[in-house]
Structure formats: structure tokens, C-alpha cells
Ligand binder design. Structure first.
Ligand SMILES: [Zn+2]
Length: 416
């Protein structure tokens, strides 16, 4: 390595104030260069003066040497700039704690008008042979910043998630949310009460088909073919022989045909009649059928059972009375009245002044009905009754229009 000052004329005086720059391996050569800083800062002066040397002792063209020096200086400048950008980015990112801020920083550095992008644009001032090297430096810095940015993003996202988890901790001491429960229909409330009473007396609750054969709905119940109830005006026929049941009494026949005695059952269910809708009629309503068959069953059993039922349903003070009536499938038959639960029997508007309210039909099972179902009427006797569920519901809740029960208006149903 030569000391270039020796090779130069007229510059010795500058050496004491000189500054040394060592440039290793530019195009395989090493230059040592002395000059005053003010000269170093002025390329034109430097070019004019032409200060250079090389390791081989050969003296290259001074112009190319100075170009190399200036390339090196540009490289250093670029490196410093990149280092500045990198450090600024890292310091900004370290202080960044939200995804929005992170994004702002990303745009300010890597975005279209970002610092690094600007620097990349200045590449056009770099001589072509230097561009790959400078390009690589920029790319390395870019990759480093991007990596740091991603790490920071992951950290922020994790922190946000953890904060959210902490905020959403379930407080088990808070009262539980109430489940929205529906309200039981007044018909259901009354039916469950009736079932409770009879189950308490040892009855079984059974069901029968709503689509029924003519035989079970009429014939087996001793209802003759010319009975007015069989008229198409009153009954929904599906075919000549199949119909929608007009009463729950058919369930009696199904139970008797099973041949298991004794029988103690009630059979609630829907029945259908070809009626116009008004305050007291509906083409579909509910009955509760009752049947008891055993040895030695008498009218006293019927009376005692139904009186107990009335007291349970309407109150202990309730009295009952039986009026003779006619049903084809019972003999004798009766309708049962209860004392008005509004006036206690004195007479009021509710009971139309009579003090009594009719609630059901009943009677001793007709011997023909027992025989048709294969039960010996000499050995077994029984009683049956049928209650209109809506009738009891309307009475119990003092509702004056049956249609209210079917409209399902929530404002009405909520009251029970
Ligand atoms: Zn009354």
C-alpha cells in the first residue's frame, strides 16, 4: 500500500490537516486517500486535483479512481440512510401498541410514498454497475423491517386477544338468564286439574283415535242408524264409514274390547262437529270421557264419584244434583248440575237465577253396549260420563265467549 501523498505535487502542506479514508477492495484494489475534509466534500475540486494510489504501485486514471471513491461514498451514504430508516422503524414499532398505529408506521416506511420506497426511487442516480449491490442492501433492510413488523403485529394481536379474554371472563356470581317460557292455555290448566282429580281416584288416562270408524262412534254405542246425530249436517264424514269422531265415547268401546277388567279410565281429546262458530259453538272442541266397569258398580258409585269430582274442582261446599236425561249408550242417564260457585246456590246472573249450573252428562252403561263389546252385563256393570272441557274452563274462569279460547291472543292467554 502506497502513501499517495508522496505521489502528488503541491499538496504536502495539506497533509497535517488531512483526513484519511480507507477504501478496501474496490475492483480488487485498495486505495488510501488523504485530503482535507473540505476538499473531500467537493468532488469537482477532488477530480481536478486527482489524488489516488493503488496497491500495485500503478497509477490508474485519476478520473476512474475518483469515480470509485464517489461510488464508495454513495454506498456509505445509502448504508447510513438505510440504517437510519431501520433504527427509526424499530424504535417506532417498539413503541407501537395498536394495529392502527402499526399500519401507519408500515405505510410511512414501506408504502408508496414511504421512506424506503423513496430511497429505492433514488436508485436511478446510482451507476448501473452499483445498482445490484445497493438494491440488495435496500431489500435486506426492507425484509428486516417487514420481519420486525410481523413480529410486532403478532405481539399486538396476542395482547388484544388476551385483553379481550380478560374482559370477557364469565362472572359466575351473576344471576342466570331466564329462559322464556310459554304460558299454559286455560284449557290445559283445567284438563290437568281434571286429570289430577281422577288419577287421584285410581283412574287411568287413555287416548283414542280422532279419525274413527262409524262403528265405534255410533253403532257400538247403541246409536241407531237413523239417529239425527249421524246426519251429515252434524258429522264430518271422510268416507261413508270413516269420520272425525263427534264424541270421545268411542274410546269406551276400544277399552272394553281390550277385555281387561275392571276398567277405570278417563279419555280426554278433541271432537269434531259440523257447527258454525259462535260464542258457545266451535267445529272442534274437547271432551273428557269417563268409564268405570267392574262387578257390583251401582248408580251410588256414579253419584259419589262425580260429587267428589265437583267438590275437588269447584270447592268443598259444592253440591250436585242429577236430572233424568237420555243418552243411547247409558240407562238410566242423567245430567249433573253443580251449585253456582258465584252465589253458592242463592241465584245470580251467572246461573241465570237458578242457583245451579249444568256441567256434564252421565249414566249407567247400557247392557247392549256391554254385550256388543263382549262383556257379560249379568256379571259386570259400569257407569260413564262425558264432560265438555271448554264448558268447565269457561265456567271456572268466567269467560263469556268460547272463541277467546281458540284465538290464541297472547293478551288473553297471559291472564291465566
Ligand atoms: Zn249463581
Amino acid at each position: 500500500m502506497l502513501n499517495c501523498t508522496k505521489s502528488f505535487f503541491g499538496l504536502r502542506g495539506c497533509v497535517s490537516a488531512a483526513r484519511q479514508i480507507l477504501i478496501p477492495k474496490i475492483s480488487g484494489r485498495v486505495f488510501r486517500f488523504y485530503a482535507r475534509p473540505e476538499i473531500l466534500a467537493k468532488p469537482n475540486i477532488l477530480q481536478t486535483v486527482g489524488i489516488y494510489s493503488d496497491t500495485n504501485g500503478k497509477i490508474p486514471g485519476w478520473r476512474s479512481a475518483v469515480e470509485m471513491i464517489w461510488q464508495r461514498r454513495n454506498e456509505e451514504k445509502m448504508k447510513n440512510k438505510l440504517e437510519q430508516i431501520r433504527e427509526k422503524a424499530i424504535s417506532q414499532l417498539n413503541n407501537c401498541d395498536t394495529a392502527d398505529k402499526l399500519n401507519e408506521i408500515r405505510v410511512s416506511i414501506l408504502g408508496k410514498k414511504g421512506e424506503l420506497t423513496d430511497l429505492l426511487k433514488s436508485m436511478r442516480d446510482v451507476p448501473p454497475q452499483e445498482r445490484p449491490k445497493v438494491g440488495q442492501m435496500v431489500n435486506e433492510t426492507r425484509a428486516e423491517i417487514e420481519k420486525f413488523l410481523e413480529e410486532r403485529r403478532t405481539k399486538i394481536e396476542r395482547a388484544v386477544r388476551e385483553a379481550k379474554m380478560a374482559a370477557e371472563v364469565i362472572d359466575v356470581t351473576l344471576p342466570a338468564k331466564k329462559a322464556e317460557l310459554g304460558h299454559r292455555h286455560p284449557d290445559t290448566i283445567v284438563l290437568e286439574e281434571v286429570e289430577r282429580i281422577f288419577v287421584g281416584m285410581g283412574y287411568e288416562v287413555v287416548e283414542g283415535p280422532e279419525v274413527e270408524k262409524d262403528y265405534y262412534n255410533f253403532e257400538a254405542l247403541n246409536i241407531p242408524a237413523d239417529h239425527p246425530a249421524k246426519d251429515e249436517q252434524d258429522t264430518f264424514y271422510i268416507t261413508g264409514d270413516i269420520l272425525l269422531r263427534t264424541q270421545t265415547s268411542g274410546v269406551q268401546v276400544h277399552e272394553m274390547e281390550k277385555g281387561k277388567l275392571p276398567i277405570r279410565m278417563i279419555a280426554p281429546g278433541r271432537v269434531f262437529r259440523s257447527d258454525e262458530v259462535d260464542a258457545t259453538h266451535s267445529p272442534c272442541f274437547h271432551q273428557i270421557e269417563g268409564l268405570v266397569i267392574d262387578r257390583h258398580i251401582t248408580f251410588a258409585d256414579l253419584k259419589g264419584t262425580l260429587a267428589e269430582f265437583a267438590r275437588e274442582l269447584f270447592g268443598a261446599e259444592t253440591k250436585v244434583k242429577f236430572r233424568p236425561h237420555h243418552f243411547p249408550f247409558t240407562e238410566p242417564s242423567a245430567e249433573m248440575d253443580v251449585t253456582c260457585f258465584k252465589c253458592g246456590g242463592k241465584g245470580c246472573r251467572f246461573c241465570k237465577g237458578s242457583g245451579w249450573i249444568e256441567i256434564l252428562g252421565c249414566g249407567m252403561v247400557h247392557p247392549h253396549v256391554l254385550e256388543m263389546s263382549g262383556i257379560d252385563p249379568e256379571e259386570y256393570t259400569g257407569f260413564a260420563f262425558g264432560v265438555g272441557l271448554e264448558r268447565i274452563t269457561l265456567l271456572k274462569y268466567e269467560i263469556d265467549d268460547m272463541r277467546l279460547l281458540y284465538e290464541n291472543d297472547i293478551r288473553f292467554l297471559k291472564q291465566f
